[in-house]
Design a protein around this ligand. Structure first.
Ligand SMILES: Nc1ncnc2c1ncn2[C@@H]1O[C@H](COP(=O)(O)OP(=O)(O)O)[C@@H](O)[C@H]1O
Ligand SMILES: [Mg+2]
Length: 240
């Protein structure tokens, strides 16, 4: 049997003296998709950072493909097939769209892979092709997120971690991003999806983990979980 692509065992994480995660255990099997949902400040981004090696667990263990990566540097997570599309704007603002893509593809695919990488990126996101010569800093927030997604998808990762990809996107673009994610999933890439759009995330993912105050408060299959998830999120945000 294959090892899970990602497994957390009792993971804690902290920023200096501030503890952000408490006893997080989760697993994602190869090709499976997990939605990580929860209110602002719950620790979702920190889970994403620990899963891609950007933040080290202060205790517990992180396994990628069955290998204990707990003390390994970020680039070894990348080499093991973990790609992370971070939240917010993560592009080089003063480079064009195409230069941003070329930089990533050169690093990951080597010089000979750049042209094929560009073809695949523009096929996935035709809009980026139309804007190839535009400075990335002048793209809309949604377009910048597409650019960061294109940069990591072309690596054909074993696990894609996507943090709030749809934040601030027009609904029609969100649909497009999710259609792309479904395609990526169908090609065998496992997903860890951090999302505010509960219904999109549940539709895409097999399982869901609800995070509150740095702990997993509920986890289970996505199917039929929509009401429970929505109630939980409203409860933990104190709104109705
Ligand atoms: N770089 C950081 N330095 C200090 N505290 C941080 C940092 N990033 C996040 N935090 C804190 O950790 C907690 C969890 O944050 P985060 O993982 O970003 O939550 P979410 O993504 O669910 O909104 C929050 O209280 C946040 O203020
Ligand atoms: Mg976040």
């Amino acid at each position: 049997m294959n090892a899970p692509i990602l497994e957390f065992v009792d993971v804690e994480a902290a920023y200096g003296p501030f503890r952000a995660l408490f006893g997080i255990s989760l697993r994602i099997e190869p090709g499976q998709a997990l939605a990580m949902l929860g209110p602002n400040g719950a620790g979702k981004t920190t889970v994403a950072r620990v899963a891609s090696g950007l933040v080290a667990a202060s205790s517990g263990q992180v396994f990628v493909n069955g290998i204990d990566m707990s003390d390994r540097p970020t680039h070894e997570f990348a080499q093991a097939g973990v790609a992370h599309a971070p939240e917010g704007r993560s592009v080089f603002a003063t480079f064009t769209v195409q230069e941003n893509l070329e930089l990533s593809f050169h690093r990951v695919l080597g010089r000979s892979g750049v042209a094929a990488g560009l073809d695949r990126a523009y096929e996935l996101f035709p809009l980026l092709g139309q804007r190839a010569r535009q400075l990335a800093g002048t793209l809309s927030g949604g377009e910048q997120r597409m650019l960061s997604l294109a940069r990591v998808l072309v690596e054909q990762p074993k696990l894609l971690i996507a943090d709030e990809l749809s934040l601030g996107l027009a609904p029609i673009i969100v649909d497009e991003v999710y259609a792309t994610l479904a395609g990526i999933r169908a090609s065998g890439t496992a997903l860890l999806i951090v999302e505010q759009h509960v219904h999109h995330a549940l539709h895409l993912c097999d399982d869901v983990a609800l995070l509150a105050h740095g702990e997993i408060s509920w986890t289970g299959p996505s199917e039929g979980a929509a009401d429970l998830v929505v109630n939980h999120l409203f409860d933990s945000e104190g709104t109705t």
